[in-house]
Design a protein around this ligand. Structure first.
Ligand code: ATP
Length: 272
């Protein structure tokens, strides 16, 4: 089956991501070799094959990978590590091969010179091995390592793999060796200013009442991820719509914050 996340160059820029200034800067710097490969070659710099984004859920890792593809005019194929966990031995490895084949075909078809493969939840394939070896799991991981080891600087398209995980310390060291995922970029929870920026982005196209103070709302949402802030904006709009209110008020936002916070508590209870 084709992977769901295959797109030609995504229409998404770093400006649509709130905060994460440090991650954006590091990522852009790493992407220079895709934009100007001749420079890296002139200096004899080993091209980057893999970048690992790590941080809590919902902080914008997927968004960063998409923006990276747009920034480098690359075709983009996304998969999740859990897609590779199969009941039958060999299917996971086959899917990895398919993923790399797919990005090459997509690039050729659209005449792009580079492609980005994004693998969310890389820990599902590349988590540390515990005790007894799981053959299926090893084959999938080995296939990924083989594909990455085989990437060439002068190949057309040039391929970069971006992976995301919540837990850097849970990854198999084989993945982190030089020439594999050797660039690690932290994607942390947003601070107050970043929360405000994210709230601004997600309320841009919404009718806000005059009493809404996004700077204050950013203070009141300590510990929220970008995904939770997006939910707050969305839930507040839903409350306003249900009440038939023409604008979204401070009270709607307050209820939305409670709801998202409560959802978080319920999720935690459920996972106990
Ligand atoms: P996961 O680890 O759960 O896969 P993630 O870090 O990949 O999460 P994203 O999928 O990038 O998170 O973010 C989910 C949604 O949350 C985005 O579609 C967006 O609406 C919102 N979001 C998260 N972070 C940001 C941000 N920094 N700026 C704007 N929106 C954000």
């Amino acid at each position: 089956a084709p992977f769901v996340g295959a797109t030609v160059v995504p229409d998404f820029s770093f400006d649509h991501i709130g905060g994460q200034e440090h991650a954006k800067r590091e990522l852009k710097e790493a992407l220079e070799f895709l934009r100007h490969p001749e420079q890296a070659q002139r200096y004899g710099i080993r091209p980057i094959k893999g970048i690992l984004l790590y941080g809590p859920p919902g902080t914008g890792k997927t968004l960063l990978a998409k923006a990276a593809a747009a920034y480098t005019d690359s075709v983009f194929v996304a998969a999740s590590g859990s897609d590779f966990i199969q009941m039958y031995v060999g299917v996971g490895a086959q899917r990895v091969r398919e993923l790399f084949r797919q990005v090459r075909v997509l690039a050729k078809t659209h005449r792009k010179t580079s492609g980005i493969i994004f693998i969310d939840e890389i820990d599902a394939i590349g988590g540390k091995r515990e005790g007894g070896l799981n053959r299926e799991y090893d084959q999938t991981l080995n296939q990924l390592l083989t594909e990455m080891d085989g990437l060439k600087a002068d190949e057309n398209p040039r391929i970069l793999v971006i992976a995301a995980t919540n837990r850097l310390d849970m990854l198999d060291p084989a993945l982190l060796r030089p020439g594999r995922f050797d660039r690690h970029i932290a994607v942390p929870l947003p601070d107050r200013r970043a929360r405000e920026a994210i709230l601004r982005l997600h309320t841009r196209n919404k009718p806000l009442a005059d009493d809404v103070d996004l700077a204050q709302l950013a203070k009141d949402t300590f510990g929220f991820s970008g995904a939770q802030l997006e939910s707050v904006a969305n839930e507040a709009a839903i409350y306003a719509l249900r009440e038939g209110s023409a604008t979204i008020t401070r009270a709607h936002f307050a209820k939305a914050v409670d709801k998202v916070m409560m959802g978080e508590v319920l999720d935690r209870e459920a996972s106990r």
